[in-house]
Design a protein around this ligand. Sequence first.
Ligand code: GLY
Length: 564
Amino acid sequence: MKKITLIFIISMLITSCNQELKNVSEVTGLVTEKAMVVSARVEASKIGTEILKKGGNAFDAMMATELALAVSYPVAGNIGGGGFMVYRKNDGEIGALDYREKAPLAASKDMYLDTEGNIIKGKSTSGATAVGVPGTIAGVFKAQKKFGVLSVQEILAPIIALARKGVVVTKKQEKRILRHKKAFKKVNKDSIIFLKHWKEGDTIKYIALANTLERILKNGRDEFYKGETSKKLAKFIQNNGGIITEEDLGKYEAKWRTPITFTYDNLKITSMSPPSSGGVCLAQIMNGIEPYDLQAYGHNSVKAMQVITEAERRAYADRSYFLGDPDFVSIPKDTLISKSYSKNRMQSFSFDKPTASKDVSHGSVEIVESMETTHYSIVDQYGNAVSVTTTLNGGYGSKLYSSELGFFLNNEMDDFSSKPGEPNMFGLIGAKANEIAPEKRMLSSMTPTIVEKNGKLWMVVGTPGGSTIITSVLQTILNVHEFKMGMQESVNQPRFHHQWLPDMIMIEPNQFNKNVINELRSIGYTIDERNSRIIGKVDAILVLKNGKLEAGADPRGDDTAIGF
Ligand code: GLY
């Protein structure tokens, strides 16, 4: 008996020693004392951090980081697109800002259909006809005006300087530009700077964008919506066959929204509300899996993947049926995010076999958008946090680039359902709640999220990735909360995704345990290992137990954390 007790004590000591070691090795991301910006480009994280060092707060850094991404990361950073911000101030106040693009006044339900009612290929995805009224400038000005402490001059000056000095091309960017060249040629009447053969190490100067930003600095937010820029922009879009007018630009407003909040164990999660599906869908999935002991099943184990997949299947089945612009459709939000609703939805789940997506009703239809959005997370030295996801939709949006103004226009109109029941360019099927109407905002998957633990700021997280945004944010939170990883370690993990339709688990190739894949297949799941190079590019910040901040900057991109 004594011997057994001794063995037990020794093994407990070894376990706790291993646990200690693991805890030390978990911290693999940049750790800073007080403040941090994590974004898709080093230049943007650096400018955001400099603004914080000058005494600015997270909202000043938000404006700086967003606009620095517009210069340094033109594939998704933008002033020709839109986005969402979720914030938590140091006093615990939370909120959300919607600067999503919207449909122009002349838009109509059937604008992408031919006379036979079929979708006209490319019209909602490429060129001027695909462009929604941009929201980014309205968004950054609204956030900074309400909460910022620095002058716009102080914030914009380094960004304009960066645009004039130029940005060095990375290997990933070289490949990206090459990949899109054919589309740039097809869409643009004249040559654009991105048609030059840019190689890694070259410097691209963005003089036209610097001039536009300078006018915005001089004349404020209205320069983009009511000034010279708006006139030039409307004319440019119309000359290329689009329907956006000066009136559309003049009427654009960013909107404060009440974010989605819900709990998971001892966490309180705040995420984006409609017109993004992100927060509602994340709440439904997390409510669905909360009763299961994921930690006991193990990270990316068969059982954990089954539970997560089945919760995702059910949540995504509801997504496009119920969700759209809340100013146009009524959404049963409180029901959808209630614990009891998800509990009922999970009642048909069994570990013995998958639920067939065709048997999951209302739920209805599903959605997927581009991988080429971008996310940044900020915590300032005062304890404020912002989580922002911004996009042009596709990589370089509609590919339409105004050489005079220096930026790409979005192709966000494709995030509407052009024809209920038909998939969009990313395979997502839309429903009536998301049909096109003048001045309506298109449904999004963007999921900027802030998590509190025991009432204190704990994590700031988000990612690009179209419909995989929601499930990437989910896995990042679960990796830390359930599987006790550090922030960077969590971000580095291979990801998987299920979105109801198509009925398959998409996994990042060559990263999952073969036995797990085989077992899932033998239970009846279809695994797609080929069609996804990567799932998400998460940029996140974790507040460690000692109050320091740990970054998770996704190695899948050029993402970088900087702070102090
Ligand atoms: N266009 C990507 C999204 O809004 O989710």
